[in-house]
Design a protein. Sequence first.
Length: 522
Amino acid sequence: MRHLPPPSTPGSSVRRFRALPRAIAAIAIAATIVANPGSALAKGGRETRASAPMLAVVALAEQRVTIYDAEGRKMLQAPVSTGATGLETPAGIYSVVQKKEEHHSNIYEDGKMPFMQRITWTGIALHGGVLPGYPASHGCVRMPIDFAQRLYTLTDIGLRVIIVRDDIVPIGIDHPLLVRAHASVGDVAKAQPVAGTQGREVLFGGDTPAGEGQLQALQAFAAVRAQQAAVASRWVSEAKAVAARRAAEAAPAVKALRAAEANVAKAEETLQRAERALGSAPADASAQAGQGKEKALASLAQAQRDLEAAKPQSDAKGNVAARASQDAAAAAAARDTAVEAADEALRNTSPVSVFISRKTQRLYVRQGYQPVFEGPIAIREPDRPIGTYVFTAFNDRGAGADVRWHVVSMYRNGERATAAPDSGRAGPPAADASSADVSGAHEALDRIGLTQDMRERIWQVVLPGSSLIVSDEGAHLETGKDTGFVVLMSGEPQGGIKSRRREFMARPRGDGFFSGFGFGLF
């Protein structure tokens, strides 16, 4: 935190202001790191325990959901019931945007949705419900109640949900565009736009060694930054209070100075009138007029002496008040810097999500459901389909701070969107899932022109859950405020989302829902 000039007060007040940032920062670090290092988790961060769900794959044809953990292993599986004919659950890419243990639909009567995990703001969600053995919902993904409850207790906001026509298993993949190593915590801290670094140096002492808990260290760093922002806010309040006191203390001296200045002006006017009276007075009245002038001169001399006596006192008090006001302004600027640094540190605890659209020929980056940046990107043979693939970073078992990448293709090897299976009838017995189209994924990545500078900018922090989406599609209109990227397969039925369009347009939060994210036309 920036060391601001303290108010011009003697003794303990000056020392207290100078010591405040370091003292509180040291307390914050000791409390959050030394005393309890495992619990220093910033709000909005994600704890990547081995059992934490990282990816959900919903298979429409097989009517089942499979959950993969932070290391890419299958951890849970259950039957589901997706949208019936005309209300089909749209195949596409989503993420959990809201959780609510008890929820009721505001569209359908008796629409109980226990353990609801919303994946679109228009009402498509994962939740517990009745499973008749075939697609029967209004577009949501119904799960067994016990399974939905268990999943609800394990998941975090941001869980990636991929809905595919036929079940696809994530497959490991390596490619130069997929960065494997985490940035060091020290490097992330150095990138923070914060005025002081003493907190980081005490906390980390440089880079955090591999295997020490990359995410936990980032969360602890964010907690310290949040504490520093809170301290800075309290510092602003105290500096403003000091400035108000100094202004109040200066007010009588300033008032006395103004009164002395007014008295001088009044005495000068009196002297001018006396001089005019003396100049125009007849001989028999000149003595009296002269006495009037002498009295006016004496009054002016006294007023000037009073003014000279009032000036030092007013100047001294006024200078103290002005410095206190400057300190308050500087404290406010330091608070803004600290808040910005805290926000940035908190964002760095969230996985990065990158979307490359062949349709728009642009790259988009989000972190913590907030747009970070976007820009044009070169795709070789831009008129030829590239497919849709979701690349996800998982923990690399036995490799320290590195991550492993897996890919899920929206279709099986060599397939593209064709006629979807009849979603209104019970399908054949659940088949084994197909492997992701790794060769197609490699070809898609090979066609993307990503500069080294852009690659480093995107992958400054690579955490488990970070993802890269490559698609022929553009982002759906559901992509907006407080969401990840939502990508729908244009060749698949979308009745479950089209039926909710009216509700979507009428949402109270509509103003600014898409602000700050320039996708253009979808």
